[in-house]
Design a protein around this ligand. Structure first.
Ligand SMILES: Nc1ncnc2c1ncn2[C@@H]1O[C@H](COP(=O)(O)OP(=O)(O)OP(=O)(O)O)[C@@H](O)[C@H]1O
Ligand SMILES: [Mg+2]
Length: 365
């Protein structure tokens, strides 16, 4: 589109607010710029405003305040058939009176694509979702997961510039889900499709996306690539929501550059990285990932603070060991270790010392 500036900003939410009832804001001051060809995921708890954002972007709901731009133009000024948006909704409604083949052919007919081209594209889209044999069935003759796959194929069949997907894999079993995650990202990247994807499955968000926007209560809490989101959560909400996480509460005793000393509520001291703390005396919640906790004293840095821990439970999970500890009064402190020939299997009742690198332990709000 002509008025597009550079590569970022193919889709722009500019100070967008949304209220359905004129009182409560379900989307509060949303600013978001999505680059052309980018795969962006909106991740957040139920009711946090994800579907509402997609509906506004699709032009089915209007923003109460602010603007939504597509290719530099306000979405409401672009007629629906010129928007070139493929959509998969949370309730994947297919046309019930049409066969699977007709459902997929429809968006191509609207775009005046010739018959033989249509047949080829429909076949390819059906093969992608492993539904090639179902071309003559009606939606009512399909299972929920099969309908979901047809809805997905229908959204992609006309190779749209922008695809909006709202929990498109929710009804699929684990294996098919992982296969489709791979297929969707591959297709989106191969065709250069810009994708806005909604899920509340964090693994899905981390594995599929270029960037993830973590939503809570109508606001983006953090917007970052998956590795940054996981390794550098900006606040406790994000740390808790993405991946498994241990928290300990305490007070800041000392801050020196990019490390700080925290006195936990039971009196013990630990090293951490000051993220949201700036003053001695401040209360904080520190956050540490289970796979970053070390209990082999030889592998700890010299002079690092350690904590006493009691082993409460050892769970064998095949590829990893998951051990639950009591640490500073917290009985749900989890550590994860790789199943390797030389790995120690901790036993319930054992007393150990644990520690970590200061940069792996984040002092948050
Ligand atoms: N048409 C509507 N009229 C009034 N309120 C609505 C409407 N649609 C959604 N809401 C409210 O807006 C808030 C955000 O809803 P939304 O559907 O955007 O959440 P979501 O993040 O998609 O949640 P989920 O993960 O459960 O799908 C919720 O509190 C919801 O009750
Ligand atoms: Mg929703």
């Amino acid at each position: 589109m002509a008025s597009q500036e550079g590569n970022d900003g193919f889709v722009v939410f500019d100070r967008v607010q949304k209220s359905y009832d004129g009182e409560t804001l379900v989307v509060k001051d949303l600013n978001l710029s999505i680059g052309k060809g980018e795969f962006l995921t909106m991740l957040g708890p139920s009711g946090s405003g994800k579907t509402t954002c997609l509906m506004m972007l699709a032009g089915f709901e209007t923003a109460t305040h602010g603007d939504i731009l597509l290719g530099g133009q306000p979405i409401n000024n672009i007629p629906p058939h010129k928007r070139g948006i493929g959509m998969v909704f949370q309730n994947y409604a297919l046309f019930p009176h049409m066969s699977v083949g007709e459902n997929l052919s429809f968006p191509l007919e609207v775009r005046k694509i010739g018959k033989s081209d249509r047949e080829e594209k429909v076949k390819r889209a059906l093969d992608m979702v492993q539904m090639g044999d179902f071309i003559n069935r009606r939606p009512a003759q399909l299972s929920g997961g099969q309908q979901q796959r047809i809805a997905l194929a229908r959204a992609l069949v006309f190779e749209p510039e922008l695809v909006l997907m709202d929990e498109p894999l929710g009804a699929l079993d684990k294996q098919l889900r992982e296969h489709m995650q791979f297929e969707i990202t591959r297709l989106a990247h191969d065709l250069g499709i810009t994708t806005v994807y909604v899920t509340h499955d964090q693994t899905e968000a981390l594995t599929m996306s270029d960037r993830v926007a973590v939503f809570d209560d109508g606001r983006i809490q953090q917007l970052d690539p998956p590795d940054v989101l996981y390794e550098e959560p900006k606040n406790s909400f994000v740390a808790q929501f993405i991946g498994e996480n241990n928290t300990l509460e305490g007070v800041v005793k000392e801050i020196t550059g990019d490390t700080c000393v925290i006195q936990l509520d039971d009196g013990e001291v630990i090293d951490a990285k000051p993220v949201n703390v700036s003053e001695v005396g401040q209360r904080t919640q520190v956050s540490i990932r289970p796979e970053r906790v070390e209990y082999n004293s030889e592998r700890l840095q010299k002079g690092a603070h350690t904590l006493k821990a009691e082993v409460l439970e050892f769970i064998y999970m095949g590829d990893i060991f998951r051990t639950r500890l009591r640490v500073a009064g917290n009985e749900d402190f989890i550590i994860k270790t790789r199943n390797a020939p030389d790995q120690v299997k901790l036993k319930p009742g054992e007393q150990i010392e644990i520690g970590w690198l200061p940069e792996d332990c984040r002092a948050l709000d």
